[in-house]
Ligand binder design. Structure first.
Ligand code: GLN
Length: 441
């Protein structure tokens, strides 16, 4: 059988192909000469599977799509405080190249508009790097996100630098406010190089999938940036990634995204998928016309809007039952699935409502595949309170899904591999042959 996903993507491309509206980015002569008909779309899952249709292996310059990744590198390299001191996180509602800074501090409003991105470029890499080393750090970092060595398009870079008056004006303003502390032209040059890195839609989908995968490249397994950095970056993409179209985008598409003036567009759905489209004609905001249509289609066809509440998670408490009888009776709460706060809440509620009378209580984690930190603490607290109420508490945890189960403060749990191990086998002589054997022995 052929996968259904490339066929779906081909169909989606077919539906937007006839839309010839929009313009190439005229302010960079080399981009104005691009082939406007190119069209491609790719999905990369967090497991590293890539699906695509159309021009997904055609190289084009990354442009502003480099901004969230350079922001991630700056946060990872310098830490949050120094970066936040120089670049805000407020949506500007303005065009990407607006000459605007926060009135009191001179800080650019966010790292997605050029003012913020130029500043962010200067913050990538360790303090004290030369401008060339900094560019190298950024290209290395973008390459790690993509999972292959990326290179720069010198012609596009030179072409943009010859016409970079607006970005230079922004950089001079930043220098005037001491947000930039170096020569403005050098920083704009580095930022323009960053924007001139060549990528394909396939690369961009992978880069987005690395964000979706909490900062770990799905195939190389490399942790490119720490998890808190990814959360920051995705939040800023959600609120600011589409410039003065960010509100429309957040409501209609609902996927953290970033566009570039060469026609690329990416979206990252946390925990699920990275998406990229490529089509060079732009709307007045500088976002790819057909790319925006494709994302609207993907979001509604595949239920990808981040604010669409997921189907209520399946019950975490699969069953509760008693194994064995008499003084050996064991109350088993059998749990399942991935347990986060709301799942742990179900366990707490169940433990309160059942109010076990048996001397032994087991939390059976055999069918649980993950427990996050808050759920772990809540389950251990349940165990602790059950101990204090006089129960002997067992954790049936054959795959050590809950390591170091120390409930602290008077709590005690015994870890066993099977429910049976929590039921002492009664001495053979004492067993009444006419009684059914305790379940599971
Ligand atoms: N929106 C964009 O892609 C803009 C990037 C471009 N290099 C610029 O600074 O103008």
């Amino acid at each position: 059988m052929r996968s259904v996903i490339p066929d779906y993507l081909t169909e989606a491309l077919g539906a937007v192909e006839s839309d010839l509206s929009g313009e190439l980015a005229g302010y960079i002569p080399e981009l104005a000469a691009a082939d406007p008909e190119r069209l491609g779309a790719a999905f990369a899952t967090v497991q590293g599977e890539v699906y695509g249709a159309g021009d997904i292996d055609t190289e084009f310059t990354i442009q502003s799509i480099s901004k969230p990744f350079a922001y991630a590198l700056a946060l990872a390299d310098r830490g949050f405080a120094p970066v936040l001191a120089k670049v805000g996180v407020e949506p500007s509602g303005e065009a990407f190249n607006q000459i605007s800074l926060e009135s009191d501090t001179g800080r650019p409003l966010n790292p997605m508009i050029n003012a913020g991105a130029i500043t962010t470029h200067a913050l990538a890499g360790a303090a004290g790097l030369t401008p060339a080393e900094r560019v190298e750090r950024v290209v290395d970092g973008l390459s790690a996100f993509a999972g292959r060595r990326l290179r720069m398009d010198e012609a596009v870079c030179a072409s943009e630098m010859r016409h970079a008056h607006r970005n230079l004006a922004i950089a001079h303003m930043l220098r005037g406010h001491d947000i930039l502390t170096e020569d403005p032209r050098t920083v704009v040059d580095g930022y323009t190089r960053q924007c001139s890195v060549l990528v394909t839609a396939r690369d961009l989908a992978m880069m987005a999938a690395t964000l979706a995968n909490r900062g770990v490249h799905p195939l190389s397994g490399e942790r490119v940036v720490p998890e808190p950095v990814v959360r920051q970056v995705l939040s800023v993409m959600f609120t600011c990634g589409m410039y003065d179209a960010a509100g429309d985008w957040a409501t209609q598409v609902g996927i953290p995204a970033k566009s570039g003036v060469a026609g690329g567009l990416i979206g990252a759905l946390p925990g699920q998928i990275g998406i990229a489209t490529f089509s060079p004609r732009l709307d007045p905001h500088g976002n790819s016309v057909r790319g925006v249509s494709l994302f609207e289609r993907f979001s509604s066809d595949m239920g990808m809007h981040l604010m669409g509440a997921p189907a209520t998670a399946r019950a975490v408490v699969r069953s509760h039952h008693v194994v064995g009888d008499g003084p050996n009776a064991l109350r088993v709460l059998q749990l399942q699935g991935g347990i986060g706060f709301t799942g742990a809440e179900q366990v707490v509620r169940e433990a309160v409502e059942v109010a076990p009378t048996e001397a032994r209580v087991a939390l059976d984690l055999t069918l649980v595949h993950s427990i996050d930190d808050v759920a772990r603490r809540m389950l251990l607290e349940v165990a602790r309170r059950l101990t204090l109420d006089g129960h002997e508490v067992y954790l049936v945890d054959p795959e050590t899904i809950l390591p170091d189960p120390d409930p602290g403060d008077g709590g005690r749990v015994t870890v066993v591999a099977t429910v049976e191990q929590a039921v002492p086998s009664p001495p053979a002589v004492a067993r009444d042959r006419n009684q059914p054997r305790p379940h599971g022995t």
